[in-house]
Design a protein around this ligand. Sequence first.
Ligand code: NAP
Length: 287
Amino acid sequence: MTELIDGKAVAAAVRARVTTRVDALRDGGGGTPGLATVLVGDDAASRVYVSGKHRACADVGMASFDVVLPADAAQEDLHHRIDELAADDRVHGMIVQLPLPDHLDPLAALDRIPAAKDADGLTTVSQGLLATGRPGLRPATPAGVIELLDAYGVELRGADVVVVGRSILVGRPVAALLLERDASVTVCHSKTRDLAAVTRAADVVIAAVGRPRMLGRDHVGPGAVVIDVGINRTDAGLVGDVDADAVSGVARLLTPVPGGVGPMTIAMLLQNTVTAAEQRLGAVAPA
Ligand code: NAP
């Protein structure tokens, strides 16, 4: 029997904790935490994601700032706006909505964000802090994966975990977070020989590939926990990287798509923003 992981419920619990922390900051005279988003262009899907982030801020009592640049904005214009937000005391967390138009360098833009305001946890400094095991704001989607595993009591210490995908956005940071939790981590990618043999032996499989229903019955061992990060738009609607029908009855726990990892990303973004606000307040509080 496969139990579906309820990402909406876990995300709601994270948001409730964030709301409590936002209230405590405000009641303690620390002001209102604020998240700024930077969107370049008018890509419809990105616009929807950004609106969702602003709604979520309002729901937990945070301020939000919506910066939109034209699709033909120059790299320098983008950097200038990021620098302004970095210097703005009302902004505790900030993100650049990806993907950027092709003429822009996303990593150069991300690296303008100070680590203390890096709500997506994706800058080189934040990823370096993670890779070297030091405190910092952690990448939102990977942190959401860990939150889901914790919420369902999945023991990570000593577990064999296979991550499929090695992107900077998901695969690499989720592997680093799992190492932090004492899992034995294997990272697979497009050059991996016999992927199914590797994933089938895992206690936990994390799929972050971007290929609809790529992982099937052969890829999952009996009783495994399967976290599907993939979001693929198909004629049949949104589907994950895992063939949910095929692994149903084999996996012990499985995240549905939608409703699994997806809701966690915004929840963890809010959590990072309130953490950044608390740290800033702590840093500026009189001794
Ligand atoms: P990405 O940058 O395209 O990386 C995909 C990874 O999959 C690469 O490392 C690639 O290997 C690997 N790969 C491709 N084909 C493979 C194959 N046949 N066998 C094994 N590995 C293969 O994608 P991403 O940004 O990590 O995103 C992955 C998925 O997660 C996408 O569907 C995306 O939409 C979704 N996502 C969801 C959320 C959320 O909030 N739920 C957030 C972010 C991303 P190489 O490195 O060798 O090319």
